[in-house]
Design a binder for this molecule. Structure first.
Ligand code: HGY
Ligand code: MN
Ligand code: MN
Length: 405
């Protein structure tokens, strides 16, 4: 079987590692993640890498080079709920395949390659994103360790159960000496490459994102007896705010804002909701605009709460500024694309990636792979073997170009 075909097949095997039968749901430090890591460990070892797992739960495979410096490759193994097969795993598996090629050719480059399979990028279990890359690149938010999941398990306990030591996450920080950069292959998750008829594209920048938890609190009451003008219904306040979020995003060019999660308490059909908790995700390529809109929406939420006699709490979960990919790596990836007989284009990413956090540690570069219909965070995610073959060739060529420098 060809290596690109093996890459696709491996993404399918990883899709079997899930917490929800019939869907792909692979949260941080879960049994599903343990099974996925067992597979990836074998694949890394087969490609000649020494493999270890750090305290936060990232898998790290190292392929020694002739020199001391290291190039980092990778992406994440966790997923959103009811995910597709490729968001994250593709980048890990293509990186391993590129190392496999070197091994099969008995090649050592002038630098070591370390493939990082991050333990959490999406934040599904604890709401807090980029746990894996933040442990490697910093800053790790120590308060996150006290977060609890929906079953009441703290992040500290989850890390312990998974085999890590939360008190030693500091040791996960990169300590391996000189870095040449971090390069991530990822599906585009958008429609640009498909529209241009291109298999791959080079990322020039990644939009910033803010994630918040917004909680309206009112008063529970009997659905049959409390008159409408006497109610302090938390969900009605939340509903008004959701529409305000949509309005803010549709009137600001380039802004996207999403309420992806909404929970009510007590959540019973004949009780007026006393509490409504929602997530809020706001993104823009310009951090100033994103911050302005976030402040405006926070004040809008306060107004709604005041008018409806509710109380409101807004918690910041994460703020990640926009980042620019390193011109040196962008140019090498672009050259690699050209040398693979593909028209090179550059595009910005609206989705967040581990590269955002890794940019605080080293230069970063990213290669996007076309995905069908631009669909992602959806079980319908799809890539072709032919496009994966191009991505693998580009990554291999990129390694050679870096070795020639
Ligand atoms: O949410 C994101 O942008 C990414 O998929 N983690
Ligand atoms: Mn994702
Ligand atoms: Mn991803």
């Amino acid at each position: 079987m060809t290596l690109p075909r093996i890459v696709i097949e491996r993404c399918h095997y990883l899709a079997e590692c899930t917490e929800e039968p019939g869907a792909i749901t692979r949260p941080f430090a879960s049994d599903a993640m343990r099974r996925a890591q067992a597979l990836v460990t074998d694949w890394m070892a087969e490609a000649g890498m020494t493999v270890m797992r750090d305290n936060i739960g990232n898998l790290r495979g190292r392929y020694a080079g002739a020199g001391e410096a290291t190039l980092l490759l990778g992406s994440h193994l966790d997923s959103v709920r009811d995910a597709g097969k490729y968001d994250g795993p593709l980048g890990v598996i293509v990186a391993i395949a590129a190392v496999q090629r070197l091994r099969d050719a008995h090649r050592r480059l002038p630098f070591a390659i370390e493939v990082l399979a991050f333990a959490d990028e999406e934040g599904l279990r604890y709401g807090s994103t980029y746990l894996g890359s933040r442990a490697v690149a910093g800053p790790f938010e120590w308060r996150d360790l006290e977060r609890v999941d929906s079953a009441g398990i703290t992040m500290s306990d989850a890390i312990r159960t998974f085999g890590g030591d939360p008190d030693r996450i500091r040791e996960d920080r990169w300590q391996g000496g000189d870095l040449l950069g971090y390069c991530e292959v990822h599906i585009e998750q958008g429609p640009v490459l498909e529209a241009r008829g291109l298999p791959v594209g080079v990322v020039s920048a990644i939009a910033g994102q803010g994630r918040f938890e917004v909680e309206f609190t009112g008063v529970a009451g009997h659905a049959g007896t409390v008159p409408m003008d006497r109610r302090r219904d938390a969900l009605i306040g939340a509903a008004e705010f959701v529409l305000a979020v949509e309005a803010a995003a549709t009137t600001q060019e380039g802004l996207v804002a999403t309420v992806g999660k909404l929970e009510t308490h007590p959540g019973v059909s004949n009780v007026i909701p006393a509490r409504a908790m929602m997530s809020l995700d706001i993104r823009h390529a310009d951090d100033r605009i994103r911050t302005e809109v976030s402040v405006r929406l926070a004040s809008r939420a306060q107004d709604i709460a005041r008018r409806r006699k509710l109380s409101i709490e807004i918690r910041t979960v994460a703020q990640n500024p926009a980042i620019v990919c390193a011109p040196r790596l962008v140019s090498l990836l672009t050259q690699a694309v050209e040398e693979c007989q593909v028209q090179p284009i550059q595009l910005t990413s609206g989705a967040g990636h581990d590269a955002v956090v890794m940019s605080s540690l080293s230069d970063v570069g990213m290669l996007f792979v076309r995905c069908k219909g631009g669909v992602s965070h959806n079980p319908a995610e799809s890539v072709t073997t032919e496009d994966v073959a191009v991505a693998l060739d580009v990554l291999s060529r990129f390694l050679e170009l870096l070795a020639e420098q």
